[in-house]
Design a protein around this ligand. Sequence first.
Ligand code: F3S
Length: 416
Amino acid sequence: MVLTPEQQAILEGSQGPYLATCMRWLVEWGDVMGARRLIRVDNTHALLPVPNQMARGARRETIERYVEGLREACRHRTAPGCYCTLHVNFVTLDDITLKENDPEQVGMQREIADMAAAAGFIPTFTCAPYLVGNVPLKGEICAWTESSAVVYANSILGARTTRHGNESSIAASLLGLAPEFGVLLDENRKGTLRVDVAADLTSPTDWGALGYVAGKAAGLGIPVFNGVRRPSQAEAKQLCAALATSGGVTMCHIAGVTPEAPTLEAAFHGDVPAPSLTFTNETLREAYQSLRQRTGDDIDSVILGCPHASIREIAEIAALLRGKRVAQPVRLWIDTARGTKGGADAMGYTKIIEDAGGCILCDTCPTNLRIPARRIVTSGFKQAHYARGMVGAEVIVARLEACIRAALAGRWMGDE
Ligand code: F3S
């Protein structure tokens, strides 16, 4: 990779050892990925989570060393002009009675949150930054973590970001630079797999099913959806999350919706292939079945808001719960950003949900928090996929209304 004299000087320590390390992270990554230069980024979504190993007996010195690395990052200002938000943590900063929300870890995370805010990061602690103000414009170069948000930024907003990890997102935030490769370049945004959609998609979770099937088929490629209507924001969110769950998708095109793909021809840069996959009502049904492994019908958890819920989704959930009670001992979690919950508090939705026995969870999600659960009903294909591995629970993926029915009954009641 060719560096400018200023970038080379930073690499050699002109701005201190930590920024030299950040520059090295970007240069080494760029070299491996075939980048030829670093380019300016105006927008980052970074990760500064305290590891959730404390309660599991990890050595204190190991955690301390890692947290000291986070403190060191926060002792530097974010790059001038760069809009920097933060991804979720492994704990919530709220006071909740849950042994997984380890108080020592929460204390450390609060310290990092304060330091990060002072450094210029906006402590959104969300996997859906585009719902709480970080909405890059078409063509804006970003450096985002969180695979679902990366797909959303590239495909729905028309912004440009590769998938970043902890180190690269911190380095990009502090230096305002990222290696130029992958979907940052026009030629790498060409569709690779045509998916014709013949199914009736009637809910956000149906769009998650589409993403889950297409992601598996696309792998690291770029699926192009043909013949599908314009999704709602919630539907697009589910599609993007699922694409990055079953596959390593960084972006997709929805012909007629993705800003740079007004037509199928544009999505494939003029080279339209025959469909590789036709998503039918039967494929839709099979996708649901693939994430419905259960040995019984009683449930203990319902998880909504993966990726984090918008205010509109919270309003819908509140409307379904108004005046009702979640069955004991079911725990109903609605994951969202603290910024969105502030709105829900002010608009009365939080009270309706809490009166019904639900809990709005900020800064994290039950999977990241590793809440113990035996059988989960969820409206998110991503949540269903990861809950099996990370929490070891049985899962049932279902549309929102069926999830709420299960929460109220304490058992899986079927789709209708
Ligand atoms: Fe967000 Fe957790 Fe889902 S971080 S995308 S709610 S698994």
